[in-house]
Each structure stands twice: as structure tokens, then as C-alpha cells.
Design a protein around this ligand. Structure first.
Ligand code: NAD
Length: 297
């Protein structure tokens, strides 16, 4: 495909910096988001063209990137409630690249339905957060047919550093959900450990220093504890509602696979309680604040 026109629907915390990197790599983007603020952030690029609706994006793009909250929104956008979704407006042989953290079985289904209509679908969710979306070093886990994935490599490489084709349609979304379950477990464990250390009179900064020099080290101890948790800023850019959704997706996936998932259920219970107990729109790093404020049993 010669320099495709990229449609981008969903220009939020992640979509905007990802679009920024595609624009810097000279791709033409036709973008849309329900929130108009996104338009201003990219309008200084001559190769960025804001569209008035998702349908306008579909009519004019060769590759459509979706960077939206969840599968419910994606399925509604694609298919509509009365078969009036953007799939019915797009060009022949459109390639849909779902980079959101979606549900693997919905994605598998979307891939099959789109293929029957002559389109292609790749699931390519990302990891690394807003910081790595900005510097173009995201990890991208990809599910889909080999040729489609190979064709999309230059586009993916403009946004990410480590791109791994993990399997057929839905596999990327499965690995993404499992990754976030593992990450969420780590953050919850670190929160409980630091609160207990503090209760004993140990400086939590020193405790985290020990974790980082020892076997307890993980992404939370390395990246989040000082920057977003002990600092009290709780502003990593990844909402707790999205993290809870990802753990739910992982738990549902484990259930579907009929493999052992007792810890995933416990993890989900804690994150659901925190989402309900914290203010609306809270960042996922506010789990630390939630654990700290829990009454003793
Ligand atoms: P976000 O809420 O900041 O952005 C989502 C955007 O989608 C919003 O701007 C919203 O207005 C827009 N939107 C919703 N419905 C729409 C529709 N029907 N049409 C057009 N626009 C619509 O979320 P985010 O943090 O950018 O996350 C996007 C996806 O990436 C999610 O699936 C999330 O789980 C995943 N993700 C997020 C992070 C992170 O650190 N924030 C990291 C990895 C993956």
C-alpha cells in the first residue's frame, strides 16, 4: 500500500500522542473524537485533517485506527445498532487497526465479520502508558493474519518500539488484558506492602528503594511509586476504570480458557472496590490512596 490515508478515531490520552508520532512520520491523518479538544492539539500539523464525524473518517481513509475506551463502544461504532455503523461507509478493502484494549472474543468476531465483507482487521493494543506514547516507544502486541500485519509494520513502528505478532485475531487483545492483570496485581501488592511498611514506621521511599534493588522490583516500583503514588499526584494518565475493565477482560478470558484464575478473581474484586470507592475519573495509581484509607479489618 502506498502511503495510505490513516483515519484515527479516538484522540484521547493515548490517541493524541500516537497520532502526533504518525504525523511527524509524514502520514496523513483524518481524525475524529467526540471531544473537540483533540482537534486543537493536532491542528498545527498540515497533514492533520479533522473530520466532522466517524463516518467522514470512514469514507476517506484506507486504514482506520481505533483508540477508544472499550469493545462496547467499538462494536457500536463499527456496526451500529441498526447496521448503520462506519463499516457500511468505508472504502473497499479497508484495514481496521484496533489499538484500544478491547475484548479478544469481540475482536475475533470483528475480524471474521470484516473479512466476509472484504476488509481486514488487526488487533494491536499497546502498553507503556502516556509517556511512551509520547516518545514513540510503546510495546505493541499484534493479532491477525501475517500479511496484513507485515503491511502495517511501518505504521506500527512509527508509534512503538517493540512490536510482537503474538497470533491470530484476538491474540493481541488477550495478551494485553493478561499483561494488565499482571501489572495490576503488582500495583496492588506494592500498595499493600508500602502501607504496612509505613505503619511500622519505615520510610516508604526507602522500602521502595529496597524493592527496586531486590526481587520485588516491578513496573510499579520502578516507574509509578515515586512519580505518581508517594508524590500524591496520582496522574499517570491511565484511568482506574480502564484498568478495572482490563482485569475484567483478563478474568473473562481465563474463564473462557477454563484455566485456573482464583487470584484474578480476587484481584478484580479489589480493583472494582477501589473504582467504586475513589472519585469519578480517578487515576489507577490512586489505588495506593484507597489501600491507605481502608479501615483495618
Ligand atoms: P481516553 O478516555 O483518554 O480516550 C478515549 C477517547 O475516545 C476520548 O477522547 C473519547 O472522547 C473518545 N471517544 C469515545 N467514544 C467515542 C466515539 N464513539 N467516537 C469518537 N470518539 C470517541 O482513553 P485512553 O487513556 O486514551 O485509552 C484509550 C484505549 O487505550 C483504552 O482502551 C485504554 O484501555 C487503552 N490504553 C490506555 C493507556 C493509558 O495509559 N492511558 C495505556 C495503554 C492502553
Amino acid at each position: 500500500m502506498n502511503q495510505p490515508i490513516i483515519g484515527m478515531i479516538g484522540l484521547g490520552m493515548m490517541g493524541t500522542p500516537m497520532a502526533n508520532n504518525l504525523l511527524k512520520a509524514n502520514y496523513i491523518i483524518h481524525g475524529f473524537d467526540l471531544h473537540l479538544g483533540a482537534k486543537e492539539k493536532l491542528s498545527h500539523f498540515a497533514n492533520f485533517h479533522w473530520q466532522s464525524s466517524a463516518k467522514e473518517v470512514a469514507l476517506s481513509s484506507d486504514v482506520i485506527i481505533l483508540m477508544l475506551p472499550d469493545s462496547k463502544i467499538i462494536d457500536e461504532l463499527l456496526w451500529g445498532q441498526l447496521q448503520d455503523g462506519i463499516v457500511f461507509d468505508c472504502k473497499p478493502h479497508t484495514l481496521f487497526l484496533d489499538m484500544s484494549s478491547s475484548n479478544p472474543s469481540n475482536s475475533k468476531n470483528n475480524a471474521e465479520k470484516l473479512k466476509a465483507l472484504g476488509h481486514e482487521f488487526i488487533d494491536a493494543p499497546v502498553s507503556g502508558g502516556v509517556k511512551r506514547a509520547i516518545d514513540g516507544s510503546l510495546a505493541i502486541m499484534v493479532g491477525g493474519e501475517k500479511t496484513s500485519v507485515e503491511n502495517m509494520m511501518p505504521i506500527l513502528q512509527a508509534m512503538g518500539k517493540t512490536i510482537i505478532h503474538v497470533g491470530s485475531s484476538g491474540a493481541g487483545h488477550a495478551v494485553k488484558a493478561l499483561n494488565n492483570y499482571v501489572s495490576a496485581s503488582g500495583l496492588l501488592a506494592v500498595s499493600e506492602a508500602l502501607v504496612a511498611a509505613q505503619a511500622f514506621g519505615i520510610d516508604p521511599h526507602l522500602a521502595n528503594q529496597v524493592f527496586n534493588a531486590s526481587t520485588g522490583k516491578n513496573n510499579t516500583t520502578d516507574v509509578k511509586v515515586e512519580n505518581f503514588m508517594l508524590s500524591g499526584t496520582f496522574n499517570s494518565g491511565f484511568a482506574i476504570a480502564l484498568m478495572r475493565k482490563d482485569i475484567q477482560t483478563a478474568k473473562d478470558f481465563i474463564d473462557d480458557m477454563k484455566t485456573s484464575g482464583g487470584f484474578a478473581s480476587t484481584c478484580l474484586e479489589h480493583w472494582s472496590a477501589a473504582e467504586q470507592g475513589l472519585e469519578k475519573g480517578a487515576d489507577h495509581t490512586a489505588m495506593f490512596k484507597f489501600v491507605k484509607n481502608q479501615p483495618k479489618e
